[in-house]
Design a protein around this ligand. Structure first.
Ligand code: UDX
Length: 437
């Protein structure tokens, strides 16, 4: 068996590394030559737990990395994992996937094998049937379901758990017609991800499952953030105890109840905007989804208001941002809430100092010399008027009175309640904690 994976971002690189490390002949394809040459040398283009190790193992076994799309020739399965970003109005941008699918069609035209094309990229409902299938059939001059298979296979992996999620996802969703290709795909997944439930459905439902999944997660986060904001007005309340208690109700579940500065990252907001835009276009007013996004955006403003309440005008104040990645254990800053906060603070002419154990390089790519990059937490806090803990990096646990002793004003906003149990000689505010009395 031979498998191709087109698009070597988080999903594609992880998938091709895991497939090949399990002994399956795999070709990982990306049009970016520079990216390919790095990956081929065993260096992932982003930080992801255990990925380097898995990639190296894969390269020693059966992984070929190339920028030549023609390498999909004679593959049994062709996974498409290219990005589907958002346009300015929130609408999904299908240009990358359309280009790739057009080329795949042209290659299938000359192919003797009957490959199965699996779309992992997130696409709005109807895209498979109305856009991807017609492009593939037109360019290959072949019939889907007869000459090649076409299956929606949405991906649910989380960054920082990508390898683990690829080996054992919570579900495998296969959307499409119930053909021999679907049977072959089901058989493949039952071996690749043993004991994982497989849901077989049609294209549109599979596409919608991905949006339903992500928008439920954002709803949980905005829900707990709203409760956290209410808690802040009730002396002595603690959002973590509330989350722990309600999380024990099996109808609620304990995950995604960690209150904070709002959700970020390259997927959740993008998918929310795409779903909101899609709903509007089909005449459904997405009241709940709009509220979820609104609460998310307001979290940043709440942090700024808290700062202004204590510091007054923020102009020329030195503010320390601890954590710029969109979450811990990643160097990814795409759509990070910290980045959005820094942008807002820069407009107020604040002097920004940042520290992050992994994401400084990517943060520098955005802000260049406009902000200061500290080498340690203590350096970052030196002369600061306010420290904001945005991301829970494990090393922030060790922050204490000694670390903050050179702050200009000992004022901390702790969005992740990392220091909640410490006795600090500082004005301390935390998301979701009522003032201690
Ligand atoms: C998300 C989905 O979880 C995944 O299923 C999908 O395939 C891609 O998008 P990811 O972007 O890796 O994965 O991030 P995730 O772990 O979901 O976190 C997203 C954001 O929500 C982060 O900013 C995180 O800090 C925040 N978050 C998450 C919270 O604030 N509280 C929580 O309880 C959970």
């Amino acid at each position: 068996m031979k498998i191709a994976v087109i698009g070597l971002g988080f999903v594609g690189l992880t998938l091709s590394s895991v497939l090949a490390s399990k002994g399956i002949t795999t070709v990982g394809i990306d049009l970016d030559k520079e990216k390919c040459s790095k990956i081929a040398k065993g260096t992932p283009t982003f930080f992801e737990l255990d990925l380097k190790k898995t990639l190296k193992k894969a390269l020693k076994k059966n992984l070929l990395i190339t920028d030549k799309l023609s390498s999909i020739n004679n593959c049994d399965f062709i996974f498409i994992t290219v990005g589907t970003p958002q346009k300015k109005n929130g609408e999904i941008d299908l240009s990358f996937i359309k280009t790739v699918v057009r080329s795949v069609g042209k290659i299938i035209l000359k192919n003797k094998k009957k490959p199965i094309v699996l779309i992992k990229s997130t696409v709005t409902p109807g895209t498979m049937k109305n856009v991807i299938l017609p492009i593939l059939e037109k360019n290959s001059k072949k019939k889907a379901g007869k000459d090649f298979g076409l299956i929606s296979n949405p991906e649910f992996l989380q960054e920082s758990k990508a390898i683990q999620d690829t080996i054992k996802p919570h579900v495998v969703v296969l959307g499409g017609y119930k053909t021999k290709f679907m049977k072959k795909t089901e058989k493949f997944f039952s071996r690749f991800n043993p004991n994982v439930p497989i849901i077989i459905t049609n294209h549109q439902t599979a596409e919608m499952i991905k949006y339903a999944n992500n928008s439920f997660l954002t709803t949980k986060i905005s829900f707990i953030n709203q409760i956290a904001n209410i808690c802040q007005a009730i002396p002595n309340t603690n959002i973590d105890d509330i989350a722990a208690a309600i999380g024990l109700d099996p109808r609620i579940g304990n995950m995604f109840l960690n209150a904070g500065p709002g959700y970020g990252g390259s997927c959740l907001s993008k998918d929310m905007n795409a779903l909101i835009n899609f709903s509007d276009n089909v005449g459904i007013n997405p009241t709940l989804l709009n509220a979820v996004e609104k609460i998310n955006q307001e979290q940043i403003q709440n942090i700024i208001s808290l700062m202004e309440k204590t510091l007054g005008n923020l102009m020329n104040k030195q503010i320390t941002i601890l954590g710029t990645a969109f979450k811990p254990n990643t160097d990814d800053v795409r759509d990070s809430v910290s980045i959005a906060l820094i942008k807002k603070l820069m407009k107020k002419k604040v002097k920004i100092v940042v520290y992050d154990p992994k994401a400084i390089k990517n943060t520098k790519n955005i802000f260049g010399e406009k902000i200061v990059y500290a080498k340690s937490v203590t350096d970052a806090l030196d002369k600061s008027h306010c420290a904001i803990i945005m991301v829970y990096w494990k090393q922030f646990d060790s922050l204490n009175n000694n670390s903050i002793k050179y702050m200009n004003k000992k004022f901390i906003i702790d969005c992740r309640r990392v220091l909640a149990k410490k006795v600090l000689d500082a004005e301390y505010h935390a998301i979701g904690l009522g003032q201690k009395i």
